[in-house]
Design a protein around this ligand. Structure first.
Ligand SMILES: [Zn+2]
Length: 275
């Protein structure tokens, strides 16, 4: 599933291609993408809108239009966006939608598992909608050690589960939580409310470091994630623990172990990350 670094990579690559462009024609071929709204009605509403900015909030892509409406895209498990500069994009059975821009180029949305969503919001609806679902941006100024300490206080959930909760901090998923906890030398099962002040500082630093590395490598391509030009990320070659059961910890050489935390497969070093 694309997490913050993957969505941010898509945003950065797509933004110069769509900003200032008008949605000339929109085809949405999958009613699941827009439900409960009729995909044809949503497509008609989108036609004629001009993109003011392409932004990201947590794992959401936010297409802001000049009318102050916004299209909120969540890629969920397997969604991806590609840009083709001219002519019809190649046939693809998993294509769910195509936006033709006013310069003749196409942005195609592909989704194998079909969990992704497109939601058109009217002016004023975007910020309240996002505020309910997302804590602060982990790379922004609002995400401080103090904020994290407040959010983890009194929580009995495992630290891994608390960090997967988008209301704690937005944008983390299974990969980057495991990497963040390895940097922080924290055990994924540690109850979130029991972290000492120094451990909260380590978690805060670990989250930022894991995400910054992910962005620097254009995200991780495990299965379906592609950059808009059809390329791959390279973060999958840089993992310290994620998916590396039995391989040596890059810091101490101890074999990485796999467990379950927050309902997810979880990798950690039993020597560096003690409970
Ligand atoms: Zn280790």
């Amino acid at each position: 599933m694309p997490e913050l670094p993957e969505v941010e990579t898509i945003r950065a690559q797509l933004a110069p291609l769509v900003e200032g462009r008008r949605f000339e024609r929109v085809e949405i071929g999958d009613p699941r993408l827009t439900r409960p709204h009729d995909p044809r009605e949503v497509a008609l509403e989108l036609e004629g809108e001009t993109v003011a900015a392409l932004e990201r909030r947590g794992k959401y892509l936010v297409v802001r239009f000049e009318t102050d409406r916004a299209l909120l895209i969540h890629l969920r498990m397997t969604g991806s966006l590609t840009h083709a500069s001219s002519g019809a994009p190649a046939e693809d059975p998993y294509r769910r939608a195509v936006v033709t821009l006013d310069n003749g180029s196409d942005v195609a949305y592909r989704d194998v598992r079909r969990f992704g969503t497109w939601l058109l919001l009217e002016p004023g609806e975007l910020d309240p909608y996002l505020a309910v679902k997302n804590g602060p941006e982990p790379l922004g100024a609002d995400f401080t050690t103090r904020f994290l300490r407040e959010r983890l206080r009194n929580r009995t959930a495992p630290l891994k589960a608390a960090l997967l909760d988008q209301r704690t901090v937005a944008g983390l998923g299974n990969i980057y939580v495991d990497e963040a906890l390895w940097f922080a030398r924290l055990h994924p099962h540690q109850p979130a409310g029991t972290l000492a002040a120094e451990q909260v500082r380590a978690a805060h630093r670990g989250v930022r470091r894991a995400l910054e590395r992910g962005i620097a490598h254009q995200g991780a391509t495990l299965r379906d994630y592609r950059t808009p030009d059809g390329g791959s990320g390279s973060m999958q070659h840089e993992f310290n623990v994620y998916g590396r059961e039995g391989e040596p910890c890059p810091r101490c050489g101890t074999p990485i172990e796999k467990t379950r935390a927050g309902g997810r497969g979880t990798w950690y070093c039993p020597a560096c990350q003690r409970l």
